[in-house]
Ligand binder design. Structure first.
Ligand code: PNS
Length: 161
């Protein structure tokens, strides 16, 4: 089974990595697809976001990282994807993902989305929280918080920013 996990990953968090590791065990190959052109100006470029993922996932031999733009459904069809995987932390996530799953199944003519429940350890973590903390121009204390939310390679870059 060829699976696809799409996202903005701006930046990748420990919550993403937990789901990606669990997802990689369920499929033959897992493509992690980074959205190259999100609507808002991203903190990191697509190339940087993909590089953080590649670095953080290199222990998983069946995972590859790619960058996509345009419709996810088009990318999934082009790559012959069998299933899309997304993580859900909350009911709010579920509502968004339910709608996306229906739209993408329609657009692809049948590719389903498998929703994986986030581990309780990571429920409070989100890329947007990381970006907000950064924009508050944090103290050393904030940088300790980053190390609990994102992989070390990202925490280092956030410190530079
Ligand atoms: O990490 P995110 O920001 O929650 O990921 C959102 C993503 C990239 C999965 C979503 O925005 C997406 O699929 N964008 C591509 C455009 C598209 O296909 N839109 C229609 C699906 S509803």
């Amino acid at each position: 089974m060829k699976a696809l996990f799409p996202g903005s990953f701006d930046p990748v968090t420990l919550g993403h990595l937990d789901i990606l590791e669990r997802a990689a065990r369920l499929c033959d190959t897992l493509t992690v697809a980074v959205l190259g052109n999100p609507s808002k100006q991203p903190l990191f470029t697509a190339v940087e976001r993909a590089a953080f993922l590649t670095e953080s996932l290199r222990h998983l031999p069946n995972v590859r990282v790619d960058i996509f733009s345009g419709l996810l459904a088009d990318y999934a069809l082009r790559e012959n994807i069998d299933v899309i995987i997304r993580g859900v932390r909350s009911e709010r996530d579920y509502q968004v993902e339910e709608q996306r799953a229906l739209v993408n199944r329609g657009l692809t003519g049948g590719v389903d989305t498998l929703l994986m429940v986030s581990d309780t350890k990571y429920r409070h973590i989100s890329s947007s929280a990381v970006r907000e903390i950064l924009s508050a121009n944090g103290s050393e204390r904030f940088f300790t918080i980053f190390s609990e939310m994102v992989p070390a390679v990202v925490a280092e870059k956030l410190k530079e920013k």
